[in-house]
Design a protein around this ligand. Structure first.
Ligand code: NDP
Length: 405
């Protein structure tokens, strides 16, 4: 039915490749391209062994538009799935525009020299994508991604108006390392050391980063895993949701962190190891965070011994037929089950499965359009069905308690 190029052979890229290979009726040809070809070959061998499907491995540098264009010319895909790093988003979008091929990613663009992720750079492609007659689907992971779809589903079926949205992301798993990040360390640490923002009646309220005195947190009692300290954090889906879900008064994002994790992060930050500006080291310029990334475990390597579960979902409150109501839509995912199925941990899995579902809906023409789309702008129903079918079943419960945060 459709040919795809997946760019990025890390934790998430491996899951996308596995899940696409499990659906050969839709994904008839899969190319996995990344900076280090050895990683693509490793994934290729594992997919062959687990599914019998043969994929193609390619080396590329996605920051080089010419190289991506050459890759597209060679393989003529219907869709390019970008699960490399957010730094490459614009270069890959440029290549897709030039070759008139659809585009999908899971994380919004951020410039290397400034830790600030925003949709403005990618939204600026709207008219060019429209004119070229192609579609870009932004943020088809879990958060952003599934959380946007949960909100769109609630807006469509459960509410006349959603007044407050709280997205809660809990990883109650354990990988056995003293400190590691569950997705790309550089991107993850840039996100976690930023000033926090949440939306409240028309303005962005700023609060201290999670590692600083005065950060906002409370214990939330998560289904299946119990109470966990949850910290207010800025997350990219808030930006598109407050624009696209009309009537939202307040939107917040919470993520769980252990005291051990925060202590490590504070120390690294205080030592200057999370800095993103180049410093002189023995006559060379090095970026401390990039050096730190080289020392930390790669997300894909955490998978084998990971135990425990993730619980990610949205609590929404508002009105239906003149009455106040509250709901909680969430997914629970087990690290060890993910490993059994595709040799990954749950953070990579919960990102890679939605990327595959988004790609499937685009290839089947169920989600179609010309221009740049965030997930909540498309019909949530087929995506919600896909989640149940392809490994991320969701639950819906009434939720009328006050959130203490
Ligand atoms: P990894 O670091 O494991 O993988 C990134 C991969 O991209 C690596 O294989 C890397 O190659 C490759 N890469 C980096 N730069 C280039 C380049 N210039 N050209 C080609 N390939 C390149 O990260 P993850 O798999 O954990 O994360 C991937 C993406 O998913 C990130 O953008 C992250 O932000 C996003 N994400 C989204 C989530 C969501 O819910 N929406 C949640 C988690 C992650 P090499 O191995 O050579 O370094």
């Amino acid at each position: 039915m459709g040919k795809i190029i997946i760019i990025g052979a890390g934790g998430v890229g491996s899951v996308v490749a596995h899940k696409c290979a499990q659906n050969p009726d839709v994904f008839t040809r899969i190319v996995l391209a990344s900076r280090t070809i050895g990683k693509c070959r490793k994934v290729k061998a594992r997919i062959r062994e687990m599914t019998g499907i043969s994929i193609t491995a390619e080396q590329t540098d996605a920051e080089n538009v010419k190289k991506t264009r050459a890759l597209i010319k060679k393989h003529k895909p219907d869709l390019v799935i970008n699960v490399a790093l957010p730094y490459q988003d614009l270069a890959i979008m440029d290549a897709c525009l030039a070759e008139k091929v659809n585009y999908l990613d899971t994380a919004n663009y951020e410039p290397k020299d400034k830790a600030k992720f925003e949709y403005k750079w990618q939204w600026a492609y709207q008219s060019r994508f429209k004119k070229a007659g192609i579609m870009a689907l932004l943020g088809s992971g879990f958060d952003p991604g599934v959380t946007n779809v949960f909100t769109a589903y609630a807006r469509k079926h459960l509410f006349d108006r959603i007044r407050t949205l709280d997205i809660l992301d809990c990883n109650a798993g354990s990988h056995g390392k003293s400190f590691a990040t569950n997705f790309n360390p550089e991107i993850n640490i840039r996100e976690l050391t930023q000033i926090v923002r949440h939306w409240d009646r028309g303005t962005w309220i700023k609060t201290p980063p999670i590692i600083e005195e005065g950060s906002i947190h409370f214990d939330f009692d998560y289904p299946e895993v119990g109470p966990r300290p949850s910290y207010l954090l800025f997350h990219e889906e808030l930006e598109s949701l407050v624009r696209n879900i009309k009537g939202l008064e307040r939107a917040r994002f919470w993520m769980t962190f252990s005291e051990n994790y925060l202590t490590h992060l504070r120390v690294l930050h205080n030592l200057g190891l999370t800095r993103i500006d180049p410093v002189d080291y023995e006559g060379k310029k090095i970026v401390p965070l990039q050096f730190l990334k080289a020392l930390l475990p790669e997300p894909a390597t955490l998978a084998e011994n990971y135990t425990g579960k993730t619980v990610i979902g949205c609590i929404m409150k508002g009105e239906k037929d003149g009455k106040e109501k509250g709901v909680y839509i969430y997914n629970v995912c087990d690290h060890a089950e993910c490993y059994k199925e595709v040799r990954s941990q749950a953070i990579s899995y919960t990102t890679g499965v939605p990327a595959m579902i988004g790609a499937m809906l685009m290839i089947k023409g169920i989600w179609k359009g010309k221009g740049v789309y965030n997930m909540e702008e498309l019909d949530p129903d087929p995506f919600m069905e896909g989640l149940n079918k392809y490994g991320l079943p969701w639950k819906l419960a009434e939720y009328n308690q006050e959130l203490k945060g």
